[in-house]
Ligand binder design. Structure first.
Ligand code: ZN
Length: 285
């Protein structure tokens, strides 16, 4: 990677009024990449885009130079569920990835779900098998242009450990479209230290998952203590995460070369803002 590559700091923005409006909002606060919900994050209703909508979005994205754009999947998704929720999750993820591919959106960041079993990280049992079957169905039925990004979790949900993430990817025959989004708040909640332990963490990540799968970083501070298994986001500098974590993110590989997307509450409570971007950028020096 060239060392003079510019930081790509992005933000989650509302897509109210259309995806193009979200692009404008991102550009307004000085972001160069963007995350949006494809539709309401708390509903199963998918996005319904006409050809004109898609073209208009692609144009505005090009015009403002916002790249990449990624979806965040709805919170209702649970691909390990063996009932109606599981079925709806497969359908929703299939639609979402196909919309992403049409729009030139790189994929969808997904909270994969929860096991709903006493076993914190089952393997080779019916819960695990069902998740793999669901994932394979989604990947098979969707346009290969869109990736499925597993987000690491900070609570007792699927994706809390990288042994588990690696096991899931392996069981899907290492499908190349399975990527990973790391969230700093979730890492902090799950007890991964990226201040002193940055290099060790990524060496372990490479062994268990593979650095080539790392696609997006969510940059958030945390309202909760290290290892608390609670994952409430805070504005940068207002939370419990060691400042050195943010410094490492913007100065060290692999993270400095990836889209660093903010999901902070914002200093005015309206979501990721210019101030959070400035704070992250200030850690370069
Ligand atoms: Zn996140």
């Amino acid at each position: 990677m060239p060392t003079d590559k510019k930081l790509n700091i992005g933000a989650h923005q509302s897509a109210a009024g259309g995806y193009g409006k979200a692009v404008e909002r991102a550009a307004d606060i000085g972001a160069t990449s963007l995350q949006i919900f494809s539709s309401s994050p708390r509903s199963w209703a998918g996005a319904n885009l006409s050809k004109e909508d898609v073209n208009a979005f692609k144009e505005v994205k090009e015009e403002y130079g916002i790249d990449p754009v990624v979806f965040h999947a709805p919170y209702l998704i649970n691909l390990a569920d063996r009932g109606a929720t599981g079925e709806k999750s497969i359908q929703a993820m299939t639609e979402e990835l196909n919309v992403a591919a049409r729009c030139g959106i790189i994929g969808s960041v997904v909270h994969v779900g929860s096991w709903k079993t006493d076993d914190e990280s089952p393997e080779d049992d019916e819960h695990f098998e069902h998740l793999i079957k669901s994932l394979k169905t989604v990947l098979k039925d969707t346009d290969p242009a869109a990736d499925f990004l597993i987000e690491n979790m900070g609570t007792r949900k699927i994706g809390k450990s990288f042994e588990e993430v690696g096991r899931i990817i392996d069981a899907c025959d290492g499908d190349e479209r399975l990527k990973v989004c790391l969230d700093t708040c979730h890492l902090h909640a799950a007890g991964f230290d990226l201040a002193e332990g940055y290099e060790d963490f990524f060496q372990q990540f490479d062994e268990l998952v593979g650095l080539q799968r790392l696609s997006v970083i969510h940059v958030n501070d945390s309202r909760d203590d290290f290892g608390s298994l609670r994952d409430r986001h805070a504005n940068l500098g207002e939370g419990e995460i060691d400042e050195r974590v943010f410094k490492n993110l913007v100065t060290k590989s692999p993270t400095k070369d990836l889209p660093l997307i903010l999901e902070t509450p914002g200093f005015d409570g309206k979501g990721p803002d210019e101030e959070n971007i400035k704070i992250l950028r200030s850690h370069v020096n």
